[in-house]
Design a binder for this molecule. Sequence first.
Ligand code: BYC
Length: 475
Amino acid sequence: MSINYSEKIPNNVDLANDKTLQRALEHWQPRFLDWWREMGPNDFASADVYLRTAVGVDAQGWANYGTVKMPDYRWGIFLADPTPDRTIGFGDSFGQPVWQQVPGEFRSQFRRLIVTQGDTEPASVEQQHRLGHTCPSLYDLRNLFQINVEEGRHLWAMVYLLHAYFGRDGREEAEELLARHSGDVDKPRILGTFNEPISDWLSFLCFTYFTDRDGKFQLKSLAESSFDPLARTCRFMLTEEAHHMFVGETGLARVVKRTLEVMKETGTDDPEAIRRQGAVDLPLLQRYLNFWFSSSLDLFGSEVSSNAASSFANGIKGRPDETTQYQDHVCAEANRELDLPDGQGGLKKETVGMRNAMNEVLREAYVKDCEIGLKRWNMQIKRAGYGFELKLPSNRFRRAIGAWTNVPTDLDGKVIGREEFDRRLPDWTPSASDRTYVKSLMQRVAEPGRMAGWIAPPDRGINNLAVDYEYVRLA
Ligand code: BYC
């Protein structure tokens, strides 16, 4: 289905034939634009940016490139095409036809998940609000802005569902999505990670690697939903999400590459010597990975969760790739063993119903996916002839949600005393001096093709263009 761009709100949901919904969304649109002007990358409103805008939801349509000023970006409502005769893929109603409306009894559960998903999108734009000023290159600046406009569109995706299927409550929730703000003391964003500041590009690359990857897993789970409009919305969002993770994975690979060059040039891996050359020493990178990975693990919720169990049972939220990755789609009888803290500094094994352990099932799949990038970066390090290995910390380390909340452990997940944890934490996550150093690296490089000294150039440009193409023309 092609996207209608002749309307005020581009869409492929035949908005013109639902005047009430169209009016409601047109009423929300200026509020969104006000929010973008205030909380988005507003110092770059007049820059010309080489952006991708979807003109259709199929393979040909969604990657259409052109130069756009961000406030003129055509945010709209795009759903993947319906799958004919789609049936419910998991839970108690397995095999029955999917729903085109929200069943009354599941309304508040659906609303809660859609609001939580929606809340993360503008949150990330707010977190990245000022990053443009310290871009390491125009190529990177363009990628930041591409991500920002797409997160804005993902907000539209959730707001469409709220307006179209949740009546007055949905409209109120849509307003609230613009009223909460990342890091706001009175009205913070819902999930912890989305209130963490992202004030440097190393954090941004870790965020796009780890936190956008949570986005992938959550969207894949919602793409399995029995509520078909939600599933179709998330399927289309996933096509855009892939680029965000690409920015994280290749960005961190470029940081590693540059560091290895400096290690070769200087003939040492001494962090101080690497820093004197203006690169990111590998132990420093490891501390950033520890921080963003542990924060992002919390985004999967508690290991044992009755919310997760009922979302699965009711067909609201499945597992990523439910059809192809799992045999038992009902999980009414299955159990799962978990390692939980015993409250006395040790571990206990607990067997819980599989449905109650769904958050942990997702988290495990996520951790495996996170490991892929680390393997690649470690290969780079090994090929350069160094023994350093980047590692993901244990799932138990520095958790703020679930069974391991406030249980002090080391990076391997061994329970330790609170005093030792507090003392060693600055060796495990970025210390104040690490952050000051990283901040000192954040100097804007805005000449086409030039890169900041702490990051190597990318292997290729965007859409087959050269790396030195002027991806952003600053006004
Ligand atoms: N911080 O049973 P529990 C993305 C709350 S990222 C604060 O443990 P449940 C993106 C939870 O809300 C993907 N609070 O967990 C990436 C609940 O509160 P209420 C975002 C947290 O409910 C980059 C309570 O604790 N999408 O797209 O099974 C850039 C007990 O909940 C946290 C989604 O998350 C936390 N970390 O699962 C841009 C999908 N974790 O309701 C975008 C929708 C839990 O009792 N959300 N809580 O007040 C969900 O599926 C679920 O809400 C969660 C939690 C997986 C988040």
